[in-house]
Design a binder for this molecule. Structure first.
Ligand code: KG4
Ligand code: ZN
Length: 337
């Protein structure tokens, strides 16, 4: 490859996945992900354990990514890393590693906003959305509607004021006695259930804001009351409970997305983040898209959940703009964009 090629190594360590990826001229050559299973025993991500696991995983994951891309460190044009948002101890591992590597190789360092990267994951494969588009980013930590005007020009137009939708899935699953993360389990069981069997209160929020903490409490009180009458209530109604909770959450997501699409008069709609795997969300979105004449884009699952491929993609656009940072940069757990 000629030396003018842009070769970027990207590192992601914001939560519980240690990941490294190599991009050459904006093409993602690989996306190595080490998932931390240690958290399963605790019913949620334990920050201290996440940080320790990142420290153990980062060297082998980066080595594997470079080896897989058949690229030596000396050929790299830049090192990119997730600066935030995320868990401080987890972010620090990737940030320090990237800084040391860039310093040792004397090449530029690129900071990436994790939420911006979730959106830019749409440019890894075809078909790609055209600007301007709206992106619904739904994960365990975030629920946002973002107006995307260009690769690096985006603004949050709506977001949750409390829990993320993935959290609402996971906490509901926990109350039903399902494992962690519960979202995929709720999705699976919901497919056998009746979504109209139970009604849960949807919190009305102004504008394009979301709130998912009310439904969590609603489910809790509902289950508590029903279990008093019948101790086997959950077991006997599991599928219908999952289907009804899922329907409520999906309805809440799509109602605001529809409002945003009308408000901004946009028909290019993208979805990103782990919850975009949800089959109920996908089918309701498809129905709504037909009605509203939307074009909908969802990246391959490997690029929906946390991964360094999306960090590399975002870094490529930043490299083109020469948006580099120096060694004084530090992790930003509450990073905004
Ligand atoms: O984006 P992600 O992998 O990690 C971050 O939180 O950044 O998202 C994880 C979230 C978890 O809450 C998980 O339960 C949820 O995505 N999730 C799902 C499904 N697959 C993953 N929620 C509902 N249905 C699914 N099929
Ligand atoms: Zn994420």
């Amino acid at each position: 490859m000629p030396s003018s090629d842009i070769k970027i190594l990207a590192i992601e360590s914001s939560c519980d996945e240690t990941s490294a990826a190599v991009a050459v001229n904006g093409k993602i050559l690989n996306n190595i992900i080490a998932t931390q299973s240690v958290h399963e025993n605790y019913g949620g991500v334990v920050p201290e354990l996440a940080s320790r696991a990142h420290q153990q995983n980062i060297v082998p994951v980066v080595d594997q990514s470079l080896k897989n891309a058949a690229i030596s460190k000396d050929e790299l044009s830049a090192i990119a890393f997730t600066r935030g948002p995320g868990l401080m101890g987890a972010l620090l591992v990737g940030t320090s590693f990237a800084k040391s590597m860039a310093l040792a190789l004397d090449i530029p360092l690129i900071e990436v906003n994790h939420m911006q990267a979730h959106i830019l994951a749409h440019f890894i494969d075809d078909p790609k959305p055209s600007f301007p588009f709206l992106c619904l980013t739904v994960s365990g930590g975030h629920t946002q509607i973002v107006l995307v005007e260009d690769y690096l020009k985006m603004k949050v137009v709506g977001e949750t004021q409390d829990d993320a939708v993935g959290e609402a899935f996971d906490k509901s699953a926990k109350m039903l006695g399902l494992g962690y993360p519960g979202g995929p389990m709720v999705d699976k069981l919901a497919q056998q259930g009746n979504p109209d069997r139970f009604k849960f209160p949807e919190t009305e929020m102004p504008g394009l804001s979301y709130s998912f903490s009310g439904i969590k409490t609603g489910v809790l009180y509902f289950l508590r009351d029903e279990l008093k009458k019948n101790e086997h209530f959950i077991k006997e109604n599991m599928n219908d409970l999952c289907a009804s909770i899922q329907k409520t959450l999906v309805q809440m997501l799509l109602q605001k997305l529809r409002k945003a699409a009308k408000q901004y008069n946009i028909k290019e709609i993208a979805v990103a983040g782990g919850v975009s795997a949800n089959s109920g969300l996908r089918s309701s979105l498809k129905e709504l898209a037909e009605k509203e004449n939307w074009k909908v884009y969802i990246p391959a699952f490997e690029y929906c959940t946390d991964n360094a491929g999306m960090i590399a993609m975002a870094a490529h656009y930043k490299y083109l703009q020469k948006e580099f940072v120096d060694q004084s940069v530090s992790a930003l757990p509450r990073m905004k964009f």
